[in-house]
Ligand binder design. Structure first.
Ligand SMILES: [Fe+2]
Length: 316
């Protein structure tokens, strides 16, 4: 007896007119007892098919096609973000899901050029959303995950950095570089012992010494990936430098720390404080920023902290 195919439901609103599908799309028959082919692989979604889509309640792909479907979403993410019929919160959710998938891939294989390319698509999707509609910044910030994991932390930091850069009027190129730098800032953690990364509590001195290597490891990975932009590289290498020179890995201070690294540093601390860890409850945004102002003034760039506060205040 043949094994029964498994089908996974998909969001039909994300199928973009004029684009080739490289997976098969199915609909269920009326009694929902069987699947029939709705669109063949390699077909281009034309206007007629798009209209037909409206009539169908739910579409599916088989297990084999799901990966291709996910890649297709990422590939067309900027078109999806521009779709006037898709609500902002749904756009933010699609962006976040794509980013989470890519970060998983990148942490498993930090030399994957395909994942790097896909990261760029998603970062540009975030930017497209942040620039297109003032409400999008709110949708993006609302969707940041509230439990701390290295991958979701990276996405959150990228969203905060892009929102801050947008608030400060950065050019699209600068936003794209800043977003990439923030997304990849902890990629060096892929080289650190899993038990240290996921330790439930404070690290020993030796473990902390190992953990600190992630900044320089991340820089090396970025170089391997062919990243040459000094801003992107410095955000990765120097996000743990401190204004007083007591940070790592290079112990540089003040304006020797690039603007990208100072922004990523602030967004990094803000997200670490406002997400829940197994050993601590999350701080509210207000309490996190108060703590950053009071206790981290020798560590973080207070101008950036103030700009971050103004951005949060203005979006309310
Ligand atoms: Fe870090």
């Amino acid at each position: 007896m043949s094994k029964k195919k498994k089908f996974i439901s998909i969001d039909k609103r994300l199928l973009t007119e004029g684009k080739t599908l490289n997976f098969e799309v199915y609909e269920s028959n009326e009694s929902k007892s069987a699947m029939t082919l709705f669109l063949q692989s390699d077909s281009v979604l034309d206007g007629t098919a798009k209209i037909q889509l409206r009539e169908v309640e739910q579409l599916y792909v088989d297990e084999m096609g799901y990966e291709a479907y996910e890649k297709y979403i990422t590939q067309h993410i900027q078109t999806i973000v521009k779709d006037p019929e898709l609500p902002l919160d749904d756009k933010a959710a699609v962006l976040y899901e794509s980013a989470a998938r890519i970060l998983d891939k990148l942490f498993q294989d930090p030399e994957s050029l395909e994942a790097l390319q896909e990261s760029k698509e998603v970062v540009n999707g975030f930017i497209e959303a942040a620039l297109s509609d003032p409400g999008a910044v709110q949708s993006l910030m609302k969707i940041t995950a509230h439990d701390y994991y290295t991958h979701t932390h990276s996405i959150n930091v990228s969203i905060y950095a892009i929102c801050l850069g947008t608030y400060l009027g950065f050019s699209e190129t600068a936003l794209s570089d800043l977003g990439m730098s923030a997304l990849l800032h902890d990629i060096g953690k892929s080289q650190i012992d899993y038990d240290i990364i996921n330790k439930n509590g404070a690290l020993s001195d030796e473990e902390f010494a190992q953990m600190k290597n992630h900044a320089a490891f991340g820089y090396d990975i970025a170089l391997h990936l062919g990243i040459t932009d000094r801003g992107i590289l410095s955000g990765i290498r120097h996000h743990h430098e401190k204004m007083d020179g007591h940070g790592y890995p290079d112990g540089i201070e003040k304006k020797n720390i690039s603007r990208f690294a100072r922004i990523v540093g602030v967004c990094d601390v803000f997200d670490a404080l406002t997400t829940k860890r197994s050993y601590k409850d999350p701080f509210s945004s207000f309490d996190a920023l108060a703590l950053m102002k009071k206790r981290m003034d020798t560590h973080l760039d207070m101008d950036v902290v103030d700009q971050f506060i103004m951005m949060l205040r203005d979006r309310e």
